[in-house]
Design a protein around this ligand. Structure first.
Ligand SMILES: *Cc1c(COP(=O)(O)O)cnc(C)c1O
Length: 411
């Protein structure tokens, strides 16, 4: 059984039945019939549950595991996850609605993100969720919403730390950032929070995203933890929540290996014990997006044409960057690299042919696989991009070129 993913980390989350990839236990050709069109995204419930279970098995029992909806806001998927995690993190009023609809208790929802508008903050206070305030302006707006509604706003301060997550895909803390309040300005923000009679919940730190290095994550968690405990000394009340962010990555590109969870879990257990003695009423939280869902999703499109141009054979599919921007290399990557890909109806066959796989858009950026090895392809084959459960449909410019929209299914 050769998979056309030799230099990628082993992708075993979807088994084979004969030549067919099984997603949600269903052969891909049949799933495509069930969906009724290509392209589509399919997310495997079982794979998501298994990922959450494996995390819970190693993380400290007191630690709260949250899902950051931004990674994949499909309502059915969020509802599936909501019953299996301790909280949901949202970054807009739209995501807040999805989280509440999913059945998550308001007390277990937190709302982060810069530039929260007065109306969004008012909705969140009315809902009763925890606000991760990112500026003094937001504190003022929260005060006004509290007064107007007669409800105390529950507020954590998002801290822009004085360090970064090393070797992460996207850095979101340290230096000058639009996210959070600079660590050195936190004591003044805490005084303001007390003056405005907002209910203090704790701190939120988020150093970065998509890290595959356990040591780097441990270092960032240590530094975040120490910073938060230092800042807590100036807080108007006890720390209830200490959200250390996430940043757990998944392997997308050749040469990348899966994150080693064991040392991270051991280290979090040590932090948890320290927190229990320093701030007994506080709980640690982790907010993970892609780590929970990315590996459980596939993007499936159909080969519409096969064209030889000089020395290159192109597979032209009905899917492309308008629906999967990240796989085309245009979502935060510096150098374009291939996601793991295969032909889902020929996944058991030898990948001995070299193809460049593109979409139907009139732009040279519309590439889903550059010089990838696949079995002998035919028009009608199902081209599959693995590792597609996060930052897919909702993170793509779906109006670009006005093609029919992609469908998402949870199976
Ligand atoms: C985007 C984001 C996340 C999720 O990041 P992943 O890389 O998907 O885990 C978590 N927290 C905050 C504040 C974010 O902005």
């Amino acid at each position: 059984m050769t998979r056309p993913t030799l230099s990628h980390a082993a992708m075993t989350q979807f088994p084979l039945a004969g030549d067919e990839l099984l997603v949600g236990g269903m052969p891909l050709t049949r799933l495509a019939e069930r969906v009724g069109q290509t392209p589509f995204y399919a997310y495997d419930r079982q794979a998501i549950s298994a990922r959450i279970d494996s995390l819970k098995a190693v993380l400290p029992a007191r630690l709260e595991l949250h899902y950051a909806i931004k990674a994949n806001p499909m309502p059915a998927l969020v509802a599936h996850i909501a019953s299996r995690v301790d909280g949901l993190d949202v970054a807009s009023a739209g995501e807040l609605r999805v989280a509440l609809d999913a059945g998550m208790a308001a007390a277990a929802i937190s709302f982060a993100g810069p530039g929260k508008r007065a109306q969004e903050l008012r909705q969140a206070v009315a809902a009763g969720v925890c606000l991760n305030a990112e500026s003094l302006t937001e504190l003022q707006r929260l005060h006004e919403a509290s007064q107007a509604l007669g409800l105390p706003a529950r507020v954590a301060l998002r801290v822009n730390p004085d360090f970064e997550l090393k070797s992460s895909g996207m850095r979101m803390g340290g230096g000058a950032k639009p996210f959070g309040i600079d660590a050195e300005a936190i004591p003044a923000a805490l005084r303001r929070l007390a003056e405005l009679e907002l209910q203090f919940e704790g701190f939120h730190l988020y150093a970065g995203s998509q890290s595959l290095r356990a040591e780097a994550l441990i270092e960032a968690q240590s530094a975040s933890f120490e910073l938060a405990l230092r800042l807590a000394a100036a807080a108007p009340g006890p720390l209830r929540t200490l959200n250390l962010g996430g940043g757990f990555g998944v392997p997308y590109f050749p040469g990348e290996a899966r994150l080693d969870l064991a040392p991270i879990a051991d280290h979090l257990a040590a932090l948890d014990a320290q927190l229990l003695s320093a701030q007994p009423q506080a709980r640690l939280a982790l907010e993970l997006g892609r780590y929970l869902v990315a590996e459980a999703g596939v993007y499936v499109c159909r080969v519409q044409d096969i064209k030889q141009s000089r020395d290159t054979t192109f597979l032209i599919t009905d899917g492309g960057l308008h629906q999967h921007l990240a796989a085309s290399g245009n979502f935060g990557q510096v150098i374009r690299k291939n996601y793991p890909v295969l032909l889902g109806n020929k996944a058991g066959q030898n990948a001995d042919q070299r193809y460049s796989v593109v979409g139907p858009l009139c732009t040279p950026l519309d590439v889903l696989g550059s010089e990838v090895m696949l079995p002998q392809a035919a028009i009608g084959d199902l081209f599959v991009v693995l590792q597609s459960g996060a930052y897919g449909a909702s993170a793509s410019p779906r109006g670009f070129l006005s093609h029919p929209d992609v469908i998402e299914v949870l199976i």
